[in-house]
Design a protein around this ligand. Sequence first.
Ligand SMILES: O=C(O)CCC(=O)C(=O)O
Length: 249
Amino acid sequence: MHQKNNEYSKKNKMFKKIGYCKINQVFNKDFINKIKKDINKIKKKGSYKDKFNKLRRIEKIYNKTNNLKKLNNTIKKLIFKILKKNLEIFKDKCNLKPSGGAGFKAHYDGTFHFLDKNYKKKKGWYEYANYFVNALVAIDSCNAKNGTIEIAKIQDKNFKKLLLDTNQDGSPELSKSFEKKLKFEKINLRPGDVVFFSNKCPHRSKKNNSNKSRMILYYTYSNSNINSYKRYFKDKDESLNKNSKSLSG
Ligand SMILES: O=C(O)CCC(=O)C(=O)O
């Protein structure tokens, strides 16, 4: 118990300093296998395919099975233990990077403008809350070969200033000149490991060059309540910039 508290306090210090931290083996192999089975069952609904027609993303899953509900509760408790914050789920997805599937260009999460159904310009995720933490749960092993997440130190600035580091084209992608200045750390993960990181941490990932797909859960927690989750997905469905990367991620 004492040892665990020590570990949490170390992670807290790390998160405060660089904006991210990794926790090993939060979930055991058996549990992760159950989650994988559950996801494989629910993956027909709400899924996004890539240009090769391979499944790339599934959304709105956190409460679909008892195991997924358990996973969400464990993460919320762990966020409280490490970050001392009571956060609520804001958005959720499972990213399946199929073999040969594209990576993600460097970006901040939630930092972009989008047009709502009345053509009103909105401030990305900052329309819903002002503090966001991502929890990335490895379901498969994640490594350099299959394009694991690469994270750079937090840029602790407000929306307006963060936006200046991006291409400002409706997507959250960082400008090449800003990306060049950053140092990214490749985070290797075993199934069951979790990485917490602020949405203000630049991050990216490469193409999956392995011959197997790579599954992760990518949940975002915020300092708002569950109504923001509902509003976010409703607005995403109704957003007028369907062809841009607005509300992407
Ligand atoms: O799935 C990945 O490799 C990275 C995902 C990511 O950066 C995102 O969804 O914002």
